[in-house]
Design a binder for this molecule. Structure first.
Ligand SMILES: Nc1ncnc2c1ncn2[C@@H]1O[C@H](COP(=O)(O)OP(=O)(O)OP(=O)(O)O)[C@@H](O)[C@H]1O
Ligand SMILES: O=P(O)(O)OC[C@H]1O[C@H](OP(=O)(O)OP(=O)(O)O)[C@H](O)[C@@H]1O
Ligand SMILES: [Mg+2]
Length: 281
């Protein structure tokens, strides 16, 4: 039975569980459940702390997991990023009281509070900055005000937590993070994992694309096909009225209305857009 680790709480948890659900896997009904077996698919899900998932995957006790890229890099576990999943996006940044630091070099000799000691320690030492890293489990932004640190390094999404603490980001982003599918570093080809990965890829594609159908005069098909090239090539079917053809093509969801406008301008009619439930390419 393939073993999959999913985050049991925090920003990653709900979207990770939804992704697996949309990929056709049975998920726990109650947030108190720690394990959920999906016998139909021969897969077992373990709901673990996001920070621990890379450790389990690195040890090979679970075959695949979802965690944050930042947490994976901080763990130094023998796990690797297999696929980026596009949710729980954040940046990881240094911040300090307004006006007190503007460049990475300003951290030299200072105290940096973070929950990601390995990530921050490696980043600083690779750049020859000598600073002491103060480990805190959370609410890192408060540490400067309370006198435990001079600088913080933390996850930034909207930036509102930093602003509320009177801190400002400085220097380049240390990292851009998002949810990632991770697998053990040393692992031969694994057919069961390929199935999970294909399903996940299918869900991500189905979210990103819509199906567009339209009729267009046969003499305009080249222009129309350029607007909707599809992933491979659009499907073109003859209509009973031989001067028109019907076209079906996948188009990026975010471009839907712009593409409809362009097709309309070329002379297309009956332009229909449908969501894709699932796909396998
Ligand atoms: N606004 C956010 N706050 C915290 N983490 C976020 C946010 N947006 C994305 N993330 C990602 O979520 C992961 C953090 O997991 P973590 O277990 O810390 O969850 P959490 O939401 O902070 O819950 P808690 O700190 O209560 O355990 C990281 O990969 C981080 O990049
Ligand atoms: O940029 P923002 O949108 O404000 O989000 C970033 C904040 O969210 C997270 O904190 P969380 O709520 O997870 O608490 P924690 O510090 O205890 O992990 C993170 O550690 C930042 O503090
Ligand atoms: Mg947190």
């Amino acid at each position: 039975m393939l073993r999959i680790a999913l985050p049991n709480k925090g920003s990653l948890s709900e979207p990770a569980i939804r992704l697996m659900s949309e990929a056709g896997y049975r998920q726990r009904r109650d947030t108190k459940e720690l394990v959920c077996r999906d016998h139909d698919n021969d897969v077992e899900f373990f709901y673990l702390r996001p920070r621990d998932i890379a450790v389990y995957v690195g040890e090979g006790t679970v075959d695949v997991g979802i965690t944050g890229r930042d947490l994976l890099l901080d763990s130094a576990a023998a796990a690797r990023e297999h696929r980026a999943l596009g949710f729980a996006r954040s940046t990881f940044r240094f911040a300090a009281p307004a006006g007190s630091a503007s460049r990475l070099e300003d951290i030299d000799g200072k105290r940096v509070a973070t929950s990601y000691d390995v990530l921050v320690g490696n980043y600083l030492s690779e750049r020859g900055i000598d600073a002491s890293v103060v480990h805190l489990d959370g609410a890192v932004e408060t540490s400067v005000d309370l006198g435990v640190a001079d600088v913080v390094a933390d996850v930034v999404e909207t930036g509102s937590t930093l602003r509320a603490a009177g801190l400002e980001v400085f220097g380049d982003p240390i990292l851009t993070s998002e949810a990632v599918l991770i697998t053990p570093k040393e692992r031969d080809h694994h057919a069961e994992l390929d199935v999970v990965d294909r399903r996940v890829k299918g869900v991500l594609l189905a979210r990103q694309y819509v199906l567009m159908d339209y009729d267009v005069p046969a003499d305009k098909i080249d222009q129309a096909a350029q607007i909707t090239p599809g992933l491979e090539s659009p499907t073109i079917s003859p209509l009973h009225d031989g001067t028109w053809v019907a076209v079906r093509s996948m188009v990026p969801r975010r471009d839907t209305n712009r593409i409809m406008d362009q097709l309309y301008a070329v002379g297309a009619k009956a332009i229909l857009v449908t969501s894709i439930e699932a796909c396998r390419l």
